[in-house]
Design a protein around this ligand. Structure first.
Ligand code: CTP
Ligand code: MG
Length: 225
């Protein structure tokens, strides 16, 4: 079965606040995008790698990651995923992997691909949650949020990428998209496709804020990845 990996990297990185879009920010002596693509290639699971970037950075990205097919993204993450999926060719399995998780180790890719090959149409890596989680009332009173419940964290998982799908499942999931989903599995759930969890990895952390970037840079500097 042919495997394509689609890497959405077309976001602007507003929360990171750097002067260039997030995937083009440095991580050690490379960009986040280069580290991410190298991580995908090191997992040896991909027949095709598609990178989705802002239109004006297509040439730059193609020079940074010549191994990948580079295409332009859209306004929302899911628009970018669809652009990547359209360029992924005749793959049987498609993994969607955020550029923002560049340190994801090969074992996570292996587990996701193995579970899709074993017959699950949608598979996401997930980790148990360490913090105690409170549900709040959505309407603050005098600026203060009120707790309405303590949720059972044993039943929760923090999910990561790569998220793996049969091509049919991913296409079906994206056929009806409101633009609000923050991950592809969420779209799959909404159209009744069963989604399964495999073990994630702390190294698959998502670089969202300057604090996350600091942690990722420390990991790279220590050679711990
Ligand atoms: N992404 C994308 N196209 C978009 C928006 C996001 O390809 N229109 C990608 C990002 O490049 C990132 C992944 O989706 O690799 C996860 O999104 P996120 O972490 O939110 O990144 P940004 O949207 O760039 O960050 P922010 O929301 O802070 O602007
Ligand atoms: Mg975003």
């Amino acid at each position: 079965m042919r495997v394509a990996v689609v890497i959405p990297a077309a976001g602007s990185g507003t929360r990171l606040g750097e002067s260039v879009p997030k995937a083009f920010v440095s991580l050690g002596d490379r960009t986040i995008l280069e580290v991410c693509v190298a991580g995908v290639l090191a997992a040896h699971i991909a027949d095709t790698v598609v990178v989705v970037v802002p239109t004006e950075l297509i040439d730059t990205a193609q020079q940074l990651v010549p191994e990948a097919i580079v295409v332009a993204g859209g306004a929302h993450r899911s628009d970018s995923v669809r652009a990547g999926l359209a360029a992924a060719g005749a793959a049987d399995i498609v993994l969607v992997h955020d550029a923002a998780r560049p340190l994801t180790p090969p074992g996570v890719f292996d587990r996701v691909v193995a579970a899709v090959r074993a017959g699950h149409p949608a598979v996401v890596p997930g980790l148990p949650v360490a913090d105690t989680l409170k549900q709040i009332d959505p309407h603050p009173v005098d600026g203060a949020e009120r707790v309405v419940a303590t949720v059972d964290r044993d039943l929760l998982r923090a999910v990561q990428t790569p998220q793996g799908f049969t091509r049919e499942a991913l296409q079906r999931a994206h056929a009806d998209d409101s633009g609000l989903a923050t991950d592809d599995a969420g779209l799959a759930e909404r159209c009744g496709i069963p989604v399964y969890i495999v073990a994630g990895d702390p190294l698959a952390l998502k670089i969202t804020t300057p604090w996350d970037l600091r942690i990722a840079r420390d990991v790279v500097a220590e050679g711990a990845s």
